[in-house]
Design a protein around this ligand. Structure first.
Ligand code: SF4
Length: 276
């Protein structure tokens, strides 16, 4: 097998949770989830997606008329966002500042590709040094800082910018230093407490090594072929739609894992191996 994979946060997590689930879902194209989501979960996902669309519209410079938002929850979120949204970088010593909502970035890693979709990326230069500030909108409750720092979204997005972000400036600019990259999580449930995580070169070297090691494991599994190993963590099976395919119905009724409204999988990325 020589496919080049388009690897997103969701796919890396899936591989780490269960290699067989990765194979079934992304290589074999087995339907996921097998059953429709509960109505309340569908509604939550829908509202989260609509909220992101409103934010995108806002940062594209298009008007958002609050009175036209019918759903009361969504309208409340939007009013909160308008009041508390984080301040974007600006100042006299800044130049080449660009505000890029819903930006997609794809960078090579070995023979594969890492893929991320950012809610908002602001890039520019401060005193001639490039910077990149990511923003991510959340409609759930914030986790503790350590959890957020080691979340795969944080780790993957920061690493992707450190490895491939310089290309966003084009030729003739200085490289983007890791310590000039940050991600800000803004929660509608804690709107005046944005969580800001700043990257650095030491963290990047360790982080990139770990990401590369996972990709190498995926590649080794590709070469090995056959049925990829079933997880030994049976709790994963409890939230997996593939119980019947694995003969693990005994672990309980499957409640398929919900996609976070902000994840790249939710944004309907290709699920199949993709060529660059
Ligand atoms: S049922 Fe369990 S072993 Fe099978 S794909 Fe799902 S998580 Fe993996």
């Amino acid at each position: 097998m020589n496919e080049t994979f388009l690897l997103s946060r969701g796919k890396l997590i899936t591989f780490l949770e269960c290699r067989r689930r990765f194979q079934l879902r992304y290589l074999d194209g087995a339907a996921w989830p097998a059953a429709p989501l509960p109505v309340a979960d569908e509604a939550r996902l829908g509202l989260g997606q609509q909220f992101h669309q409103l934010a995108q519209r806002h940062f594209l410079g298009l008007p958002v008329e609050t009175t036209t938002i019918d759903d009361r929850t969504l309208r409340g979120w939007w009013l909160t966002f308008e009041k508390y949204k984080p301040k974007l970088p600006h100042g006299r010593n800044m130049s080449h500042v660009r505000t890029l909502p819903e930006l997609t970035l794809t960078i090579p890693i070995g023979k594969h590709l890492l893929h991320g979709r950012f809610d908002l990326l602001v890039i520019g230069e401060k005193n001639g040094i490039p910077f990149a500030q990511l923003y991510d909108w959340k409609t759930g409750r914030p986790p503790d800082e350590t959890t957020l720092r080691y979340d795969w979204q944080t780790r993957l997005y920061l690493a992707m910018l450190a490895e491939g972000g310089t290309a966003l400036w084009g030729e003739g600019h200085n490289p983007l230093p890791a310590d000039q990259i940050s991600i800000t999580y803004w929660y509608v449930t804690a709107p005046d407490e944005p969580r800001v995580i700043t990257y650095n070169q030491t963290w990047h070297e360790q982080n990139w090594a770990e990401i590369s090691a996972i990709v190498a494991q995926i590649e080794a599994q590709q070469v090995e072929g056959g049925v990829w190993p079933l997880t030994e963590d049976r709790s994963q099976c409890q939230v997996c739609a593939y119980q019947a395919l694995c003969g693990r119905q005994e672990v309980g009724t499957a409640v398929p894992i919900l996609a976070d409204e902000e994840t790249d999988d939710f944004m309907a990325l290709p699920l199949e191996p993709a060529l660059p």
